[in-house]
Design a protein around this ligand. Structure first.
Ligand SMILES: C[S@@+](CC[C@H](N)C(=O)[O-])C[C@H]1O[C@@H](n2cnc3c(N)ncnc32)[C@H](O)[C@@H]1O
Length: 302
């Protein structure tokens, strides 16, 4: 396993929940270093199959070491899961796993611009071949658009001051350090790291359209997963977890349960267990980055 790239989080509990049929078909929508994918393959028999997505060209290089006929790597955004998987597996799949967010490799490589602690280009794209970089967003977005990003994705208390400061700035905004210099007067004295983490998280979510991709994944999974199949999602911040929880508990992204004229619920999944699963003390000791992880499991209704 390539733990230098990324240490997989909740590895055993997630794959235990996911793989119930050794000859089934599974999808890992976030391949990364391939930790979860390798574990899934180790549980599959000769007829089993695994499709793994990742939109990062570096992550995809990890797949070259997996020499296994049962495995297919799809170098695309998981937003397109329905068009790929409905073609490849028209009968549906037995389970879908998503370990959301970014990998340790992405955070630790300063040339990707994800971390506020080290200088580098203000990029933040997981797929470096498409989309706007964080620097382009700061330049091109209106005050109103930036306010939406920082309010909604970072829950930043002084978002208005932050946006006004960015828009009034005349200096260059192409690197992490230039951005930090620009917003220095907005950073609260007591908790600068916490504030910067929230600002960088908000930008990263917008750059990668993370909430939109997750919404699409949730809504499309119900059409791909067979009865009794599993949707297993590991999230790392409250916005993602709230969305997953709302959807699994109601069948709607806003969490409002709907029933038809006979009182039947249209909810496609049962959320089992009802509470999120988190890493145990042993895992927290071994891997500090697992501390914010929350896993939820949906079982597709018949
Ligand atoms: C937390 S890492 C997954 C780590 C992996 N489970 C492992 O054990 O190594 C998330 C990965 O998902 C990828 N990713 C995130 N959002 C994606 C999307 N919408 N489409 C495809 N890949 C995505 C990222 O590029 C990253 O490599």
């Amino acid at each position: 396993m390539n733990t230098a790239y990324h240490i997989p989080v909740l590895l055993k509990p997630s794959v235990d929940a996911l793989v119930t049929n050794p000859n089934g078909v599974y999808v890992d929508v976030t391949f990364g270093g391939g930790g979860h994918s390798r574990e899934i393959l180790s549980r599959l028999g000769p007829q089993g199959k695994l499709y793994s997505f990742d939109k990062d060209q570096h992550a995809v290089q990890n797949a070259t070491a997996i020499n296994d006929d049962r495995f297919t790597l799809i170098n695309h955004n998981f937003r397109y899961i329905k068009s790929f998987i409905s073609q490849l597996e028209p009968e549906g799949v037995d389970g879908v796993l998503g370990d959301l967010g970014i990998s340790s490799f992405q955070i630790d490589h300063n040339d990707r611009g994800f971390a506020h602690r080290a200088d580098g280009p203000l990029d933040m794209r997981m797929d470096q071949q498409s989309g706007k970089t964080a620097a382009e967003i700061l330049k091109k977005y209106s005050e109103k658009e930036l306010l939406h990003v920082f309010n909604n994705y970072g829950e930043i208390k002084n978002a208005y001051k932050l946006v006004k400061t960015i828009k009034a700035y005349n200096g260059p905004l192409n690197t992490v350090d230039e951005f930090k210099q620009c917003i220095d007067i907005c950073i609260p004295k007591g908790e600068p790291a916490k504030y910067l983490s929230q600002v960088f998280q908000a930008l990263r979510i917008e750059v990668n359209q993370e909430m939109k991709d997750l919404q699409t994944l949730l809504l499309d999974s119900e059409h791909l997963i067979k009865a009794e199949g599993k949707l297993v999602l590991i999230s790392y911040h409250s916005l993602e977890d709230r969305l997953v929880k709302n959807y699994l508990n109601s069948g709607n992204l806003d969490g409002k349960k709907q029933t038809d004229m006979y009182g039947w619920s249209s909810q496609p999944f049962d959320c089992k267990p009802s509470k999120a699963i988190t890493p145990n003390d042993e895992e927290l000791q071994l891997n500090k980055r697992s501390r914010s992880a929350k896993m939820r499991i949906g079982v597709r209704k018949s």
